[in-house]
Ligand binder design. Structure first.
Ligand SMILES: *Cc1c(COP(=O)(O)O)cnc(C)c1O
Length: 404
């Protein structure tokens, strides 16, 4: 290759639907990344809650390379050992009896929504089609999932929007009572809204949704694409609440950086996706499944899960210390290693302005909407990297304050 790719190539060769930062990382190890010029960064972004074990974790590299030398892909005309082992592992560790594998969160949610519609159609009535979701929710970028998602900007201009979808207010059970009835097939909710601003559901809200679904024979779908696979300090966030869904979707951290998704459900519901009703060429791909199995088995241990809770406390202490000095945050919230810091009065909408400053200081972070600084680092990020990353974040925050 004669030409080293540059950021300018993005604008020249790629569809303009993203606006990536100027630097191009080329190598990663644990919670550190290096760009084309050899500059080093601490990673609090984790590829948007994807790199659950950091970059190039030996357990994942081994699973990937071992499988790469055996068998990559078959399609679902055949099954394969890694896919079967992954499905079994997920069933044994969760509420679920059955698993559908795919390659992304949007695809997992698409499967969940189609399953709910089909289940209601086959078991109750063809009129039982309504889907209840929530304002500010995010469920992916397929057209069904942007329509169910509660941020109209993602579906605007792509209409006509599929029918039978209504939105309540997150953490407001009364708003759901007005929307749900016997023609409702499903309620879809994130136990903690991610893109919507890192907002955990209350216990009463999730339990209330479970009760309302039971009263109307509707299916409760937990979108755990962002909160799943150890992110909250439990394997899945529903375990923190003790409220069981009928369908759960998982992706992002599931593959630790390899594209994979899963939809989990029960024996009562699963038969509605009968032979031929749904599918995906890549779903259950052997390479993806081998990596996801290694990720799940490594993460679903007390050492890793307890470590997430300890690191949560560390993140909170550091952020509170930064805030005592600079007063930029109104609230620090979240669960486990999915943490949001909402900007204070006077800094509304400025979370996004921290990101380029942080990059200059050698830190990668995220936002969740314009007003919330978001962190979703490796679940095993070393304490030294947390301290150093926070020192860099403080310098970025000080520059934001100074520029005011
Ligand atoms: C990221 C995300 C999705 C979409 O996942 P993709 O892999 O981008 O399709 C869906 N739901 C939630 C809660 C997410 O955070």
């Amino acid at each position: 290759m004669s030409h080293t790719p540059t950021r300018a190539d993005f604008d020249q060769y790629m569809v303009p639907n993203y606006s990536p930062q100027k630097v191009i990382p080329v190598r990663g190890e644990g919670s550190r990344l290096w760009d084309q010029d050899g500059r080093e960064y601490i990673d609090f972004a984790g590829g948007i809650a994807v790199n659950s074990l950091g970059h190039c974790h030996p357990v994942l590299v081994e699973a990937l390379t071992e499988q790469a030398n055996k068998l990559w892909h078959l399609s679902n005309v055949y099954t394969n050992e890694p896919a079967l082992a992954l499905a079994r592992s997920l069933v044994e560790r969760t509420f679920a009896d059955k698993v559908y594998l795919c390659s992304s969160g949007g695809e997992a949610n698409e499967a969940a929504l189609k399953l709910a519609r089909r289940w209601a159609h086959d078991n109750v009535s063809e009129h039982k089609t309504r889907i209840v979701s929530f304002s500010q929710s995010f469920h992916g970028r397929t057209f069904f999932t942007v329509s169910v998602g509660g941020q109209p900007k993602y579906s605007q201009g792509f209409g006509p929007v599929p029918g039978g979808i209504v939105h309540g207010e997150f953490n407001n059970l009364d708003s759901v009572r007005d929307l749900i009835d016997d023609d409702t097939c499903a309620v879809m909710v994130e136990p903690m809204q991610g893109e919507g601003g890192i907002v955990p559901a209350t216990q009463e809200f999730l339990q209330g949704l479970r009760d309302l679904c039971d009263a109307h024979d509707a299916l409760l779908i937990f979108d755990e694409v962002q909160t799943g696979v150890g992110r909250t300090g439990s394997l899945y966030a529903y375990m923190e609440y003790g409220v069981l869904p009928d369908i759960l979707t998982s992706a992002k951290g599931l593959g630790g950086g390899f594209p994979v998704g899963a939809m989990l459900t029960t024996d009562r519901v699963a038969p509605a996706l009968a032979i031929g009703t749904h599918g995906s060429t890549y779903g259950g791909n052997a390479l993806a499944s081998a990596v996801a199995l290694a990720a799940v088995e490594h993460i679903a241990t007390p050492a890793v899960l307890d470590g997430v809770k300890q690191r949560h406390d560390l993140f909170r202490e550091h952020l509170e210390a930064i805030n005592r000095k600079h007063g930029v945050f109104k609230e620090i919230r979240g669960m486990g290693l999915l943490i949001g810091a909402e900007m204070a009065t006077g800094y509304e909408g400025r979370a996004k302005d921290i990101l380029p400053l942080a990059i200059e200081e050698g830190l990668m972070a995220l936002i969740a909407g314009p007003n919330v600084l978001r962190m979703a680092p490796s679940l095993v990020i070393p304490e030294a990297d947390i301290s150093e990353g926070m020192a860099r974040l403080e310098r970025a925050v000080a520059r934001l304050v100074a520029a005011k």
